[in-house]
Design a binder for this molecule. Structure first.
Ligand SMILES: [Zn+2]
Length: 361
């Protein structure tokens, strides 16, 4: 009798305890962390500028807003200049200045180039993959907010990273899409089609540089008239083209994001400020922030960390290799256009690093 009661008590205790323990354990280790991850990290890092933001800068108050920003920034800048010798600028001051600069530039670009939202969903897929693993590659990933925006005809075939913002030209997206289609159709990168695509890219790039390609702000994204591959892709090739496209764009985004998380713009800015404080620089030098030319060393570093991010996020190295091979094709058509912009190493040099480091990342 007592044994039976004891057994029932024990059974009650066991059934009462085990599920509640299991529940606590489950909550603690799975759903809680996961939802935290999605809501906090999933949306905070590698964000895109949202529509509200874009529209804000495309409206008629744009000039007024820009002037306001310019004045605000200039005041801040003059203040710093005046008191530079009296106090050491702290980090938050510098962050503030650089955030102003980022905002100012995005405003100015958005005033003349309509923001291209066509790739938002596609870029979100890549960003989410990065957001899930970014903390394993960059120690500051969770504390640093980075954003991207796509605009047509703003840089040519290029993506540029500033302090916290990545600006991608629609031309890069459109050309890479066709590069991927060509790769899927022909089964290789170097083909007459790729060269034809490269020639048209250079043509458009030059038109963007000399201002003859005018962007209508009424959402006219399809202004590039790029060559099409000669036939239709079969379903397998179609799938492959989509995959290649994602891998190429992921490589671009990983490289530019690495400049941000490695704080390359900030380091460059600090060096310039130091020069200027020592009387060796000038205002112009500091304002060249907009045309940041990173050193080759910084480019290799961004490639390396970009590769780490890609590998962690489940991408292959092929996207980056295709991007660099196409860069060399552009280079061979145009001379030095690609390098002149950013002082990047050649595609072949960069591919060499990819292949040398990939297995040990
Ligand atoms: Zn770079």
């Amino acid at each position: 009798m007592t044994k039976k009661i004891l057994f029932l008590v024990l059974l009650f205790v066991i059934t009462a305890i085990i599920p509640s323990y299991a529940q606590i354990y489950y909550k603690k280790n799975q759903p809680q962390n996961r939802s935290q991850y999605n809501t906090q990290y999933g949306s905070r890092y590698y964000n895109q500028y949202n529509n509200q933001y874009n529209n804000q800068y495309n409206n008629q108050y744009n000039n007024q807003y820009n002037n306001q920003y310019n004045n605000q920034y200039n005041n801040q800048y003059n203040y710093n200049r005046q008191y530079n010798n009296q106090y050491q600028q702290n980090d938050s001051n510098i962050e503030m200045q650089m955030n102003y600069q980022d905002q100012m530039m995005i405003n100015q670009m958005a005033a003349t180039h309509p923001v291209d939202n066509r790739y938002d969903q596609f870029l979100s897929i890549i960003s989410n993959k990065f957001n899930n693993v970014g903390r394993y590659v960059f120690t500051n990933y969770d504390s640093k907010d980075s954003r991207y925006v796509v605009m047509p005809g703003v840089f040519g075939y290029n993506a540029v990273s500033f302090h916290k913002s990545i600006v991608i030209d629609s031309l890069l997206m459109e050309v890479d899409k066709r590069l991927a289609m060509g790769m899927a159709y022909y089964g290789k990168i170097d083909t007459p089609y790729t060269r034809q695509l490269g020639q048209r890219t250079i043509q458009l790039w030059q038109q963007i540089n000399n201002g003859t390609l005018r962007i209508n702000t009424q959402n006219q994204y399809n202004i590039f008239d790029l060559p099409e591959i000669p036939g239709r892709l079969n379903p397998n090739q179609q799938k492959l083209a989509e995959l290649y496209f994602e891998h190429i764009v992921a490589a671009v985004l990983a490289h530019e994001g690495s400049h941000i998380f490695l704080e390359h713009t900030k380091k460059k800015m600090l060096t310039q400020q130091k020069l200027w404080q020592q009387g060796q620089g000038n205002m112009n030098q500091i304002q060249q922030y907009m045309n940041v030319n990173f050193t080759k060393e910084k480019e290799y570093e961004a490639d390396l960390y970009g590769l780490k991010l890609l590998k962690r996020a489940g991408y292959s190295r092929e996207g980056m290799v295709a991007w660099f091979r196409f860069a060399d094709i552009l280079e061979s058509i145009s001379g030095t256009l690609y390098q002149a912009n950013r002082d990047h190493p050649t595609g072949a040099e960069r591919i060499e690093q990819v292949n040398r480091t990939w297995n040990s990342l």
